[in-house]
Design a protein around this ligand. Structure first.
Ligand code: F6R
Length: 594
């Protein structure tokens, strides 16, 4: 989704903006733009609806005055207004005295636009963000830019991370509310970005703006909150390196990130392993005991939530339900409930909204996230990081595996601490978890040999059915989601026992049915039902399956290794169809709109 970068550097700002915007590419975008001061105090505003390479070309061909070190940049993922150069950020006010980049949604944009237009402001775009330029323009008449931004935001409802560049002075003012923004001071200069990835090349530590904060991007940041000066928050060490977003010889990030799964799981177990069977991991969170669990998430993260629900029910007899974050408003919180909010980005608007919904009420929330400085992490009562490392591919791969492993570690620890599981049993499960890195690596090797041989025969198919039972179901759902988002083909997941209640009508000669074969004895009959109707069955699972990857079919987290061939199937098909596996159409990495 949209990304922001701002810089105040000694060298030309374009040198940093070009790199930073490229680092933001992974989030998905449909247009990109910058506003940079030039020697003599002018402003160069360059925007394109093409890829960032097109912006590079505009900069390479620039024949105007030299760029100075002050600039802002933006990658846009359209929500309000079509994809066009005019709608691309940065936007300006009527008098072209400020440039603004904005992430978030202005909820009362229509009313503000009407009011500003009546007052004589000329709007040149159809995006909500433009109202900010005109509001700040009015307030700037009284003088100070920081005060103007503060006054302007007083009438705005919604979410924002914004950077405002004042053309005459080169001053840059930042503000955040419900949308991430961070600042950093480095040997190269002062930076702000919506995502640490954008500035990871130059930044060792950074500070995160809280909701309502306004900051002057100088080497001595002035921080304000609700009109009052506040000390800057504690700095956070950056775990990203610029090189983290390099392909390291891989053809795409998805391939790289699938390969990183064993190492990521080993890292999680190094970090959390000792606190599992002792209950210390859970006790360290300082949360009250719980009687039931509610998992909140979207897409892949909700699939991980379903895995965790199965584990809690099976091992601890804990009632557990998984709630689609976007539908949480229709649910009612249960007494004694603990919520697990699962989100790799920690910025998913649906999840943030769900935390304020009736499904959560007053219950404590643990965030399981790959971004421990995210809005979700800051708003939750406790946080457990997934330690997947940077994931650039839009389709979640290693973050899913890491959510399952981290969440399983947490729940095992909680069950021990609440006397629902014995320490020796938990120790046995920890041993099983420690075997996972090798099993995942083996699964990848097997799948890479077998899956490509199946793909040619599948490319012409328009629809795919995934079936499983019990603990295999969330993995089948994840396989179907991955195939859908990467191949742009229909893929539906069904509980195998449900087929005869309707979906069996879909099966005809050659219909591809992917079965997660996890040893449930009832699956054989369901597989026979589809085979009898001519389906082409691809079984993934225990020895004897077409893709034999599962060794431990009794683990309470289910057949996690089946994920690997499912990822490889989706990737291999998508590549054969000519799709970009890292940037599936219409999708974004961090979904900050509801
Ligand atoms: C699918 C995928 C999405 C995300 C979903 C939630 O590959 O990545 O379904 O899982 O958008 O995102 P997070 O986990 O950031 O809340």
């Amino acid at each position: 989704m949209c990304g922001i970068i701002a810089c105040r550097t000694d060298r030309p700002a374009t040198e940093y903006l070009r790199v930073g915007l490229r680092r933001l590419e992974y989030r998905g975008y449909d247009s990109v733009g910058i506003a940079v001061r030039t020697a003599g105090g002018g402003i160069a505003r360059l925007r394109t609806t093409e890829r960032i390479g097109a912006l590079d070309t505009l900069l390479d061909r620039w024949t105007g005055p030299r760029f100075d070190g002050l600039g802002i940049g933006h990658t846009r993922w359209a929500t309000h207004g079509v994809v066009s150069e005019g709608n691309a950020h940065p936007h300006t006010d009527c008098a072209n005295q400020i440039s603004v980049v904005h992430n978030g949604i202005i909820v009362n944009a229509v009313a503000l636009r009407a009011r500003l237009a009546r007052a004589g402001h000329k709007f040149v775009t159809t995006v909500d963000s433009e109202v900010l330029c005109h509001l700040i323009e009015d307030e700037r008449r009284a003088g100070d830019l920081l005060q103007a931004v503060q006054n302007a935001l007083a009438s705005v409802q919604g979410s924002w991370a914004l950077a405002v560049l004042e053309h005459a002075t080169g001053r840059i003012v930042l503000a955040a509310n419900g949308s991430p923004l961070l600042v950093a001071h480095t040997a190269d200069g002062d930076f702000a970005a919506s995502d640490i990835a954008a500035i990871a090349d130059w930044v060792d530590e950074y500070r995160v703006l809280g909701d309502g904060d306004i900051v002057d991007l100088t080497d001595q940041d002035t921080w304000r909150h609700c009109g009052a000066a506040i000390p800057p928050p504690m700095a956070t060490r950056s775990l990203w390196r610029g090189g983290d977003v390099e392909l390291d010889g891989y053809a795409d990030y998805m391939a790289k990130e699938i390969d990183e799964q064993p190492e990521a799981v080993a890292r999680i177990l190094d970090e959390l392993g000792d606190g599992i069977a002792t209950g210390a991991l859970w006790n360290g969170l300082g949360l009250p005991p719980f009687e039931r669990l509610r998992m909140l998430g979207c897409g892949t993260s909700l699939n991980a939530g379903n895995v965790l629900g199965n584990l809690a029910r099976r091992l601890g007899g804990v009632p557990a339900s998984a709630t689609l974050a976007s539908e949480a408003g229709g649910e009612v919180a249960d007494t004694g409930q603990l919520c697990l909010a699962i989100s790799q980005s920690g910025e998913t608007a649906d999840v943030l909204r769900a935390m304020q919904s009736s499904a959560v009420g007053e219950s404590p929330v643990v965030a399981i996230t790959n971004n421990v400085h995210s809005t979700l992490a800051r708003r939750a009562d406790a946080v457990v990081g997934c330690s997947a490392g940077p994931e650039i591919g839009v389709a979640a791969t290693k973050t899913f595996i890491c959510q399952v492993v981290t969440g399983s570690a947490l729940l095992l620890s909680a069950l021990v601490a609440t006397k629902r599981l014995s320490t020796p049993s938990a120790m046995g499960f920890v041993d099983d978890l420690r075997r996972l890195p090798d099993q995942l690596a083996t699964a990848a090797a097997v799948a890479r040999c077998v899956v490509p041989t199946m793909v040619d025969g599948l490319l012409a198919e328009s629809g795919f059915i995934f079936i499983a039972r019990g603990l295999g179901l969330p993995y089948a759902a994840e396989g179907a989601l991955k195939l859908t988002e990467l191949t742009y083909r229909w893929a539906e997941c069904y509980a195998a026992g449900e087929l005869k209640h309707g979906p069996l009508a879909l099966i005809g000669a050659g219909t591809p049915v992917i079965v997660i074969e996890n040893g449930d004895p009832r699956l054989a009959a369901n597989t026979a039902e589809v085979q009898a109707r001519g389906a082409r069955v691809i079984s993934i699972g225990l020895p004897g399956s077409a893709v034999p990857v599962i060794e431990n079919h009794t683990a309470p987290w289910g057949p996690i290794v089946a994920t690997v061939p499912l990822q490889i199937l989706a990737r291999t098909m998508a590549l054969a169809l000519g799709h970009d596996v890292d940037k599936p159409r219409n999708l974004a990495k961090s979904v900050t709109v509801e």
